[in-house]
Every structure is written in C-alpha cells, then in structure tokens.
Design a protein around this ligand. Structure first.
Ligand code: BGC
Length: 504
C-alpha cells in the first residue's frame, strides 16, 4: 500500500526529473529514478543538522572561551580560500529564533545541533560554567520544543577548548576525564529536555585530518601516531560519557546516548579483481571499523586485521611498540556496546585499488597503513566540492556494510548526508542528490532489511565549511572564488528548498 509519504516521494521523483530536464548537464540514470512504492515508516525521523562552530559566530561573546578552530583560523587566516573564520558565521548565537523558524518552515520535526564546549565551559573545565553560555542553549532548546521540534544534541563537533589543545588535546589521556566532566555538566543542565545525545561527531575525520594531517585544526601533522592516539582516547572518552549517563542520568532522564561515525564507501575499481576487493576491505577496516568495531561489535576492541596490520607496519618501521595503543581488558568491556544507536554520516564513495605508496602519503600514516589508492569515476556528477561525487548506490552498500557487520538490532540514524553546490540559485543538484540517496535508503530498509530509523540532511543553512571557509576555490576555471553551499534553507529566497520539496 502506498502511504502519503511514498506518494510524495514518487511525486518528487517526477518533479526532479522535470527539473533535471531543464538542467543541461545532469546525467540521468534509470537506476536512481525508479518510482518507488516503498514508503518511510510512519515514525521515521526526518531532521536537519548543523554544528556550533559552523553557524554560531559570537566567538568571544557571553564569556565564551576560544576553541581550537577560533585559534587556528585566527593564527592562519590563509587557511581558508576566502580568509574567513567563524567569528560571525551564520550568526546563530543572535539569530537562533530565526533558525527555529527556518526549521519549522521546512516541516521537519528534528534538529541535530552541537554544543560549543568552550561556550559552556570557557576554559574547558567544569569549575567554570558560563552563565550566558548555559542560558543560550537552554533558550535555544526551549524555543525548539515550543515549535514542536526535537533537538538531538552533539557534545563534540570538533571545537575543543584551546587550553586542552595546549596540553595535547585528544592525545593526552587526561582529556578522558575532562570530557566526562563536560558531559556531566551538559546532562545536568539539559537532560530534563534533551533525550537524545551524541557524544562525538566523526572522530575519524577529526583525528585523521586534524591530528594525522593538517587539513583541519589542530593541524598537528602527526601522521600514523597522533591519529591513532586521538582515536584511542576519543573512543574511551565516548564510552565513559556513555556510562556516566547510563549510571547517573538515564534512570530518571530516560534518554539515549550514541556516537556518530563517518564513512566514505569504497567499491573495487575493478570488481573482478580480488586485490581491489581486498583494498576496499582494508580501507573500511582501517578508516571506519577502527572506530566502529570497539563500540558496536560483539567481541569489542580494534579489529584483528587493523591490530595486526599496524603492529606489523610499526615493527617493520623500527618502532619500539605498535603505533596503535592497546585497550586494557576492562576498557574493551566498557567500550563494547556503549551506544544506543549507530549515528552514521555519509557523503560519497571512492573507487579503490591496492597501492604501496602514493605521492601524497607520508610514512608512517593511516593512508600508508591502509595501502589503498582512492579515486572517483570522472563520470560521476560532482556538483560542488571536489571530494564529493554523487554515487548513491554507495550509500546503500554502506548501510548494508554496517548492518552486516554490526547487526540489525542496533538502530542506524543517518546523522548527516547532503551535497555542496556552487551557490547557484536553483537547487536542482541538491534535489537530485537527496532524491537519489533517499531512494537508496528506502531500498536498504525494504529490500535489505537494514534497521534505519532516521535521516538528517546536512545542512540547515550556509555555514563555515571548515577548510573551504564560506567559499571554495574554483580550481577548474580560474582563480576566482565561487560560493559553495550545503545549505537547504539558509536564505530561503536563494534556495528552492530542496528538502522541503522532498518532504511534502
Ligand atoms: C562534518 C560537517 C561538514 C560536512 C560537509 C562532515 O564531515 O561533520 O561538519 O560540514 O561533513 O563537509
């Protein structure tokens, strides 16, 4: 039976097709556009996502302390192509009521946002709680609830208080206790009205790009060492915050706590070549299961393949011990099962094949440990950002990968998915992307029996896109800059509200 939602989706498929027929370059493939009889479950969670540093601005107002992103982009204005920073961003600190109206206008009932750790705790430590910071989030959450929108709150979306960075950030084991202190403050202050928490957003991107490389703050560039230390203490911090909630808050607050992991999907460059198949496995195990396995597998701990590969590489490189730290037996136990749902962020897919060394790698490094060459098919659409090609089937494969490896009992919430464009006025690319990816999600639910309970589009509004700033270099044509945007509703007159079209 077709529910109203499936009719709506089919309608969108048709709308999209007719829009695309005006949009010259779009490559239309039958696979993506099959009009579906499948519908989203009645209680399916549809929402939009943002993150504090990317939208709040007010970087030094209300007693807020500095985060590593404030510090880094102030010290390195050349980091972003437009020399921008998060000082004002989307000004959500002042305009949060407007944001709530935007979400309301979209018609979604859930909003995933993050708390800025240094806005709440200016030095990072719980002995000093900012009254203004605490009030800001309280007002925001209450405003959302008044509008019948449920906030889903992330504790850490990459903006660590700078004083902790001076101590080594996630590479210093003491951070675990300080993160738990912060979580306690947040649970205490807001647990009466916030019932779904995620501890950490995309530990992999944060550690790989920020500790392994210098693509993101804090730009440590500790290839192959820092990224694993970061992973290790981040996973531990997550698990301890989870157990804090379980023990001290859940009994009366009755909420849920999870973590959001990210993954690019991989497909073998040549599906008939077994070495390419193995390359995909290696990539996923090192870049994704490194985080997922300790938390979501039945046995816990790092995957055996990852443990052996990094131990062997470390040995061959003359290290006195493995670059991948060990969890104690007690820690393995604490971490295993420490998430009430599987938060998953996904944007794109890569073709993978084996490689011993690539020009851009360092030794040691996570890339060199994985030994996988990654590229994208030039025929795949690339609506905006360079790293994001459209390959919707990869999404379904990833959802299956999670379900096959971590079971169908754990509910999956897609906490981010979306596409950047070049800031054009019409949202055809975005409509098309959501349409194709949501179709694959429906197939994963109905044909593959994946337990997916929610989907959050990235992002509600134009935001600070990390290394892209508010702009991206238009490398292909000239030195000029073009605006890039993942936004759905930031400037309502500018965008055609792709997600809105899709939902109604
Ligand atoms: C991050 C977001 C980011 C988005 C698009 C995700 O990896 O969680 O903060 O804006 O990708 O680049």
């Amino acid at each position: 039976m077709r529910s109203s939602r499936s009719v709506a989706l089919s309608g969108v498929v048709l709308v999209t097709l007719s829009l695309l027929s005006c949009s010259h370059e779009a490559v239309v493939s039958d696979i993506y556009y099959g009009v579906s009889n499948y519908s989203f479950p009645e209680d399916f969670i549809f929402g939009v996502s943002t993150a504090a540093f990317q939208i709040e601005g007010a970087w030094n107002e209300g007693g807020k302390g500095e985060s590593i992103w404030d510090t880094y982009v102030h010290e390195h204005p050349e980091y972003t192509p437009d020399k921008s920073n998060g000082d004002i961003a989307a000004d959500s600190y002042h305009k949060f009521k407007e944001d709530v109206q935007l979400i309301k206008a979209l018609g979604v009932k859930y909003y995933r946002l993050s708390i800025s750790w240094p806005r709440l705790l200016p030095n990072g430590t719980s002995n000093n709680i900012s009254t203004d910071g605490a009030r800001y989030y309280r007002n925001l959450f209450e405003e959302l609830l008044k509008a019948n929108i449920t906030p889903i709150v992330t504790l850490f979306h990459w903006d660590m208080p700078t004083p902790f960075m001076d101590l080594g950030g996630w590479n210093n084991p003491v951070i675990v206790d300080y993160f738990v202190d912060y979580a306690r403050v947040a649970f205490n202050l807001y647990g009466d009205i916030i019932k779904t928490w995620t501890t950490i957003n995309e530990p992999h991107q944060h550690c790989y790009q920020g500790y392994g490389a210098d693509y993101f703050a804090p730009a440590i560039k500790s290839h192959g060492v820092g990224e694993y230390l970061c992973a290790h203490y981040l996973i531990l911090s997550h698990a301890k915050a989870y157990h804090l909630y379980e023990k001290e808050f859940k009994p009366h607050q009755k909420g849920k706590v999870g973590i959001t992991l990210d993954a690019f999907m991989g497909i073998p460059k040549d599906p008939r070549n077994f070495q390419d198949v193995l390359a995909v496995r290696s990539y996923l195990q090192i870049h994704f299961d490194l985080y997922a396995h300790p938390i979501f597998s039945a046995e816990g701990d790092y995957p055996t393949f990852v443990r052996q590969r990094i131990n062997n590489m470390s040995l061959a490189q003359g290290f006195a011990r493995s670059r991948l730290p060990y969890f104690t037996a007690e820690e393995v136990k604490i971490i295993r099962g420490s998430s009430d749902f599987f938060g998953l962020n996904h944007y794109t897919t890569y073709l993978m094949s084996p490689s011993e060394m690539e020009f851009s790698w360092s030794i040691p490094s996570m890339d060199h440990d994985a030994q996988v060459r990654m590229e994208q098919d030039p025929h795949w659409e690339k609506p905006g950002t360079d790293w994001l090609s459209v390959y919707p089937e990869g999404f379904r494969k990833l959802l299956n990968y999670v379900s096959d490896n971590y079971g169908r009992e754990i509910p999956i919430i897609v906490t981010e998915n979306g596409v950047g464009d070049k800031g054009q006025l019409k949202d055809y690319d975005r409509i098309s992307y959501f349409n194709k990816y949501l179709y694959q999600l429906l197939l994963a639910i109905h044909e593959d029996n994946c337990n997916i309970i929610g989907y959050f589009a990235w992002t509600l509004m134009d935001d600070f896109e990390w290394s892209d700033g508010y702009f991206r270099s238009c490398l292909s044509t000239s030195v000029s800059l073009e605006q890039t945007s993942f936004a759905i509703a930031r400037e309502i007159q500018k965008n055609s509200n792709s997600y809105l079209v899709l939902l109604h």
